[in-house]
Write a protein that binds this ligand. Structure first.
Ligand code: DGL
Length: 261
């Protein structure tokens, strides 16, 4: 099957990584809208337009399912995409449901982009699941461009995170939810400064499991050859850059296996 993956940049590769593990025989088209990254601090109509253009491009390339492997794009454009596309569209949202379910009398802290946290979709989700008022959230928008620039050096990232977290009493928290697909690149760095009792989770594995169920239900399903094509904002891109990220992510995952939900 030809499956499209879309993100504002290289964040969605952390989801594609799980797909390659769980569904290795499908064909993937990965679209990074690197010309317009980051999305999280842009006007929402503009982001909606970018997402629409990317989806149109991928659908014209014959994809049979689309994973919007970007929480920000999902929060502003998923309904419109579902209204316009005839194929299964799998979106992403911060994994707060499992975090609240298993809160162990501690609070939950959600890291995401500015837009995801401000959007109605997230606010509705919170009011739906957070009846005990245990969710706090914090935008870490700058991490997106650090990841885009391949900046993973803890000496640069840790001071940024320490500053952001300075006013939070970490002993209150039991779970941190990574609600942006760029953030799992920093799981190892988060682990260095976040107390050990705090679980760090993301929604990547859950999203791929959902994709698996959706495509297995399709009558027209035929497995592919395990190929990947990469695109940057509508142009075929050099595989090398993306492979470098996937390899780097695989290295991080070896040290910090997923606690995905
Ligand atoms: N990877 C993205 C997400 O999951 C978006 C980051 C951005 O472009 O600001 O939200």
């Amino acid at each position: 099957m030809r499956i499209g993956f879309f993100d504002s940049g290289i964040g969605g590769l952390t989801v594609l990584y799980e797909a390659l593990r769980i569904l290795p025989h499908e064909d993937y088209l990965y679209y990074a809208d690197s010309t317009h990254v980051p999305y999280g601090n842009k006007p929402k109509d503009l982001v909606r337009r970018y997402v629409g253009e990317a989806a149109k491009f991928l659908v014209a390339k014959g994809i049979q399912a689309l994973v919007v492997s970007c929480n920000t794009a999902t929060s502003v454009a998923i309904n419109e995409l579902r209204n316009h596309c005839q194929i299964p569209i799998i979106g992403m949202e911060p994994a707060i449901k499992p975090a609240v379910k298993d809160h162990r009398d501690k609070r939950v802290l959600v890291f995401a982009t500015e837009m995801t946290l401000k959007e109605e979709k997230f606010q509705k989700l919170v009011s739906h699941v957070d009846d005990q008022r245990i969710i706090d959230y914090l935008p870490l928008q700058e991490l997106v461009m650090h990841a885009e620039n391949f900046v993973f050096d803890p000496e640069i990232i840790i001071p940024y995170l320490e500053k952001k977290l300075a006013s939070y009493d970490m002993s209150c928290y039991g779970t941190i939810v990574l609600g942006c697909t760029h953030f799992p690149y920093y799981k190892r760095t988060f682990r260095k400064i976040i107390p050990r009792h705090i679980k760090i989770i993301d929604g990547n594995l859950g999203t791929v499991r959902h994709l698996k169920r959706q495509i297995e239900a399709l009558a027209s399903r035929r497995t592919g050859k395990g190929m990947i094509e990469f695109y940057i904002s509508g142009q075929r891109a050099d595989d090398e850059l993306f492979i470098r990220y996937l390899q780097q992510y695989a290295e991080f995952e070896k040290e910090m296996p997923a606690q995905s939900q």
